[in-house]
Design a protein around this ligand. Structure first.
Ligand code: FES
Ligand SMILES: [Fe+2]
Length: 370
């Protein structure tokens, strides 16, 4: 059996001008996945969606993050909470899908919870040891950043990193937090979660995998590595001269910022593309070593784009995601091969982001093994 922990450290220690990828087992081994679940995934901050998915009090949506079913709900106080979607009586989930509710009533014995997770009513409970005050739904650590909702499953987690001043600086001019949600979709992909992070974050495949969808806008040849730092990486997918961006976005944007999409990853599981008028973000929910649930959102700047253009952009991104999915699912099967060995990576502008991800994973791995 390969010692993937040792290989990760070896790969991360390679000189920057001779980067290598990880062997296939890193993406297919269920032991490796179990280890990641306990460490970098359990302790990481995960983007669950956008705050304007739940604009009004009582608006909620549900997601499954690792083994934890979650309810994301806006309370009467306007605060967005992430609650355990697990009844305190005998464990039934309280909600599914998305909607608006005054109360979460358990479908099993009708215990009733408020929008803040407090138990309001439990019929016929004569147990002398029962105290409703001890039966709140667990409330997870949450953070709002640039309009995204983040959650960490670990109560003792490291705080949501604001060490990423460089990422803030990259995005601030776009006014990401003001972007308005226009589309949410979710689907199961048969790939490893790290494969999608790497795929979304490298510009090397753009012209090959997306010849008719993205190549005209963001050809591989114009990809440029951008800032990286604690817990994130980014690259710039520049548009060729003569391409007119749709919508001009925030007033403070420079001409260059309007002529590109800025792709960033917030490790471990969020990847996103920020353009002047369009924001696309993918939240990756790992299920097994070889299966993920992908939730993606599209948001737009102000009234920059009319309804037809938005519909066209949604259709385009559905196609782009389908192109990536098809390639990743084919690759996943081959990654089980004994010949899926560590291969050389392309240069910084094309695959330097993969190296950033490796360096972060290797650092996390060292911390959790020590
Ligand atoms: S499991 Fe929810 S009320 Fe019994
Ligand atoms: Fe792609």
């Amino acid at each position: 059996m390969l010692d993937l922990g040792a290989i990760l450290q070896d790969v991360a220690a390679l000189p920057a001008d001779r980067p290598m990828g990880m062997p296939g087992a890193f993406y297919t081994s269920s032991d490796q996945f179990s280890w990641e679940k306990k460490t970098v995934l359990q302790h990481g901050w995960h983007c669950l969606g956008r705050q304007d998915e739940v604009p009004e009090a009582g608006d909620f949506f549900t997601v499954q993050l690792l083994d934890e079913p979650l309810i994301v709900v806006r309370g009467d106080d306007g605060v967005i909470r992430v609650l355990a979607n697990v009844c305190r009586h005998r464990g039934m989930p309280l909600a599914e899908g998305a909607g608006n509710t005054k109360r979460f009533t358990c479908a099993y014995h009708a215990w009733m919870y408020g929008r803040d997770g407090a138990l309001l009513r439990a019929a016929r409970m004569e147990n002398q040891g029962f105290d409703a005050a001890n039966c709140r739904l667990h409330s997870y650590k949450t953070q709002i950043w640039k309009g995204f909702i983040y959650c960490c499953l670990d109560a003792d987690a490291v705080p949501f990193s604001d060490a990423s001043a460089a990422l803030d600086a990259l995005l601030d001019p776009y006014e990401t937090e003001t972007f308005r949600l226009v589309h949410v979709a979710q689907e199961i992909w048969h790939t490893n979660w790290k494969c999608l992070v790497e795929n979304f974050m490298e510009g090397y495949h753009l012209s090959v995998v997306h010849p008719h969808t993205l190549h005209g806008y963001t050809p591989t040849g114009l990809a440029k590595k951008s800032a990286s730092g604690p817990g994130f990486t980014s690259y710039l997918a520049n548009y060729p001269d003569g391409i007119t961006p749709r919508g001009s976005g925030a007033k403070g944007l420079s001409a260059q910022e309007r002529q590109r999409s800025t792709l960033f990853a917030r490790f471990p599981t969020q990847v996103a593309s920020q353009a002047a008028s369009l924001l696309v973000s993918l939240s990756i929910f790992p299920i097994t070593a070889e299966t993920i649930d992908v939730k993606w959102t599209m948001s737009v700047y102000g009234d920059d784009l009319d309804a037809d253009t938005i519909a066209e952009r949604i259709a385009l991104w559905e196609e782009v995601n389908a192109e990536d999915r098809q390639k990743l699912e084919r690759m996943q099967r081959a990654l089980r091969s004994q010949h899926a060995q560590s291969g050389p990576l392309a240069g910084d502008d094309y695959e330097g982001t993969i190296r950033d991800f490796q360096l972060w994973l290797a650092e996390q791995d060292r911390i959790f093994r020590s």
